[in-house]
Design a binder for this molecule. Structure first.
Ligand SMILES: Cc1cc2nc3c(=O)[nH]c(=O)nc-3n(C[C@H](O)[C@H](O)[C@H](O)COP(=O)(O)O)c2cc1C
Length: 192
């Protein structure tokens, strides 16, 4: 069996993004567990806002195809999303919308979602920690027929959540991240 490969995708491009920071902490945990982990920036896959006319005229943009293939090269995916107005930011929704339109040869559309496990996490300054964006993201991924693992992490008061080494401080946060990492590894291995 090949080594387990996990892709971590932060859903923010902001330079001091709380979600990019949580994605980095999660990637560290995957690496500690012996997983071959990659962390990307959606800034490397810029996409226009989805427009059916654009797709009809020019096809799916190369960046959506590349990102879909990047996802397809991993056994499991963790998306770490901000919460905007109680839902996912446009960056996250638009990226999923485009990727869901990619259909490589000998594949059905959306196969990349159906064939691997997804985990979701959020970080926010608020008490709820982006919980509502997680509910929205779970619904979106489920509509794409993805397997979304039950464990998730909504990191509250996120800018105060780390120690000097950029590791989570609170035992409850540490345990939530660890449970999420363990479950994504477990489900991804079973789906390999
Ligand atoms: C348009 C907008 C709407 C927001 N709505 C929410 C919200 O509903 N709940 C929340 O917890 N934070 C909300 N925030 C604050 C973000 O969680 C905060 O800016 C966070 O740092 C963004 O994630 P990032 O640091 O990874 O870029 C909102 C921010 C913006 C710009």
């Amino acid at each position: 069996m090949s080594a387990l490969k996990i892709l971590v995708i932060p859903g923010s491009l902001r330079s001091s993004s709380l979600n990019a920071r949580l994605a980095a902490a999660a990637a560290y945990e995957f690496a500690q567990a012996g997983v071959d982990v990659s962390r990307i920036s959606l800034g490397d896959f810029p996409l226009p806002i989805y427009d059916g006319d654009l797709q009809s005229k020019s096809g799916v943009p190369k960046n959506a195809i590349n990102l879909k293939r990047m996802i397809g090269a991993h056994h499991g995916v963790l998306i770490v999303t901000p919460e905007y107005n109680s839902s996912v930011p446009p960056l996250v929704k638009n990226t999923i919308d485009w990727v869901s339109r990619v259909q490589d040869e000998h594949e059905t559309r959306g196969q990349v979602f159906r064939e691997r496990a997804f985990a979701i996490a959020a970080a926010s300054e608020s008490r709820l920690g982006g919980m509502r964006s997680l509910a929205a993201l779970r619904l979106i991924l489920s509509a794409c027929h993805a397997t979304v693992i039950p464990n998730q992490l909504a990191l509250s008061f996120a800018s105060a959540a780390y120690d000097d080494m950029d590791r989570l401080k609170q035992p409850a946060d540490i345990e939530s991240l660890s449970a999420l990492v363990r479950q994504l590894i477990d489900v991804s291995q079973r789906m390999m």
